[in-house]
Design a protein around this ligand. Structure first.
Ligand code: NAD
Ligand code: TYD
Length: 336
C-alpha cells in the first residue's frame, strides 16, 4: 500500500482528487487532514467516506506535533499539499491566516517530510504566483514569480520554501501550478459557482470592473489527472504548469451561465473592481504534455454544462452553505 497524506482534502480540489483516486488505485491508502475551515466540507467526501482505504483527521497543518504524529503513525511516504486559504478576495480582507496556513503550514509539512524521509512531496500551487499578463504571452515554468495579491504572495512563498527544501536537504518536492479550476463541490465564493447560484436565486451577478479580465479555465478532473501523473512520474525539484488553453473574459462566462439557465442578462451588475485585480492569466502546459503525456480530456463547452447541471442537482449542498457564515462574507465582499 502507498500511504499518502492529502492535506485540505475536504476542500474543492482535494475532495475531487480523493474521490477520483480511490476509484482508480486499489493500493492507495489516503489519510486526509483538514482543518474544516469555512471551505472544508465533509459532504464533499461522501463517495469515499466508507472506503476502507480512507481515513479523515480533523487538524491544522500548522500543528507540528500533530503532523509529526501522523507521519509516524501512518508511515507516510507521499504528501499532496492542497491545504490552503484559497480565495483572493478574502486575502484582501485579511492576510494573516493566508500567511499562517499557506506558508507556515507548508513549512511544517516540509520539515516533517525531511525528518521522516518521504518519497514524494507534491506542492499544489497556482499560476497566480506569476502575476498578471498583458494581452499576449503565456506563463512558462521559467517565468519570474511576481505575485500581486496576499493570496498569491503566500503561495509563491510556499513554493520557494518547497524548492529550498529540495535544494538544501534533498526532499523530493515537485510543484504543480495550475490555472483556474471549476467543477463539482467548488465553494460558492469563486466566480463560476457564485454566478450559477445567484442566477438560480434571481440575485444580481456582480462582475468586477469591466468584466474583461481573462482567466484560463480547467475542469477539476483534468487537474486531478495531472496531479496523478506528477505524483507517479514527475521529476523531483521541478515545476509543472497545468492549464487547458481555455482563456475567457469573465463576462463571457457570466453570460453563458445566464443563457443556459434561461435568465435575463439584466441580472448582471458591474461593481467596483477588485483592488490589484490581475488582468489576464494564460498557461503554457507544454512541459507536462511533452514530459508526462498529460492532455485535457474535457472541453469547456461540455464541462461547464456538466458543472451547471451538478449545481442544479445538488441544491441541498449549496443551500446549506449559503444559509450559514457565507452571508456575512458575501455582504462584506463588495465593500472591498
Ligand atoms: P478550498 O478553499 O476549496 O479548500 C481548501 C481546504 O484546505 C479546505 O478544506 C480547508 O478546510 C483546508 N485548510 C485550509 N487551511 C488549513 C490548515 N491550516 N490546515 C488544514 N487544512 C486547511 O481550495 P481549493 O480550490 O480546493 O484549492 C486547493 C489548492 O489548490 C490550494 O492550495 C490552492 O492554492 C490550489 N489551487 C486552486 C485553484 C482553484 O482554481 N481553485 C487553482 C490552482 C491552484
Ligand atoms: P475567482 O473565482 O475569485 O478566482 P481568481 O481571482 O483566483 O482568478 O475570480 C475569477 C475572476 O472572476 C476574477 O477575474 C475575478 C472575477 N470575479 C468577478 O467578476 N465577480 C465575482 O463575484 C468574483 C468572485 C470574481
Amino acid at each position: 500500500m502507498k500511504n499518502i497524506l492529502v492535506t485540505g482534502g475536504a476542500g474543492f480540489i482535494g475532495s475531487n482528487y480523493i474521490n477520483f483516486i480511490l476509484n482508480e488505485r486499489e493500493n492507495y491508502n489516503i489519510i486526509n487532514i483538514d482543518k474544516l475551515t469555512y471551505a472544508g466540507n465533509l459532504e464533499n467526501l461522501s463517495p469515499s467516506e466508507n472506503n476502507p482505504n480512507y481515513t479523515f483527521i480533523k487538524g491544522d497543518i500548522t500543528n507540528t506535533e500533530l503532523i509529526n504524529y501522523i507521519f509516524e503513525k501512518y508511515k507516510i511516504k507521499y504528501v499532496i499539499n492542497f491545504a490552503a486559504e484559497s480565495h483572493v478576495d478574502r486575502s484582501i480582507l485579511g492576510s494573516e491566516v493566508f500567511f499562517r496556513s499557506n506558508v507556515i503550514g507548508t513549512n511544517v509539512l516540509l520539515e516533517a517530510s525531511r525528518r521522516y524521509e518521504i518519497e514524494k512531496f507534491i506542492q499544489i500551487s497556482t499560476d497566480e504566483v506569476y502575476g498578471s499578463l498583458g494581452p499576449s504571452g503565456y506563463f512558462e515554468e521559467t517565468t519570474p514569480l511576481a505575485p500581486n495579491s496576499p493570496y498569491s504572495a503566500s503561495k509563491a512563498a510556499a513554493d520557494l520554501m518547497a524548492l529550498a527544501f529540495h535544494h538544501t536537504y534533498g526532499v523530493p518536492v515537485t510543484i504543480t501550478r495550475c490555472s483556474n479550476n471549476y467543477g463539482p463541490y467548488q465553494f460558492p465564493e469563486k466566480l463560476i459557482p457564485l454566478m450559477i447560484i445567484n442566477a438560480l436565486n434571481d440575485k444580481k451577478l456582480p462582475v468586477y470592473g469591466d468584466g474583461l479580465n481573462v482567466r484560463d479555465w480547467i475542469y477539476v478532473l483534468d487537474h486531478n489527472k495531472a496531479i496523478q501523473l506528477v505524483l507517479e512520474n514527475g521529476r523531483d525539484g521541478e515545476v509543472y504548469n497545468t492549464g487547458a488553453n481555455t482563456e475567457m473574459p469573465n463576462i463571457q462566462i457570466v453570460k453563458l451561465i445566464l443563457n443556459y439557465l434561461g435568465k435575463s442578462e439584466e441580472l448582471i451588475q458591474y461593481v467596483k473592481d477588485r483592488p490589484g485585480h490581475d488582468r489576464r492569466y494564460a498557461i503554457d502546459s507544454s512541459k507536462i504534455k511533452n514530459e508526462l503525456g498529460w492532455t485535457s480530456a474535457y472541453t469547456f463547452e461540455d464541462a461547464i454544462i456538466q458543472t451547471i447541471e451538478w449545481y442544479l442537482a445538488n441544491r441541498n449542498w449549496w443551500e446549506n452553505i449559503i444559509s450559514g457564515e457565507y452571508q456575512n462574507y458575501y455582504s462584506k465582499q463588495y465593500q472591498l
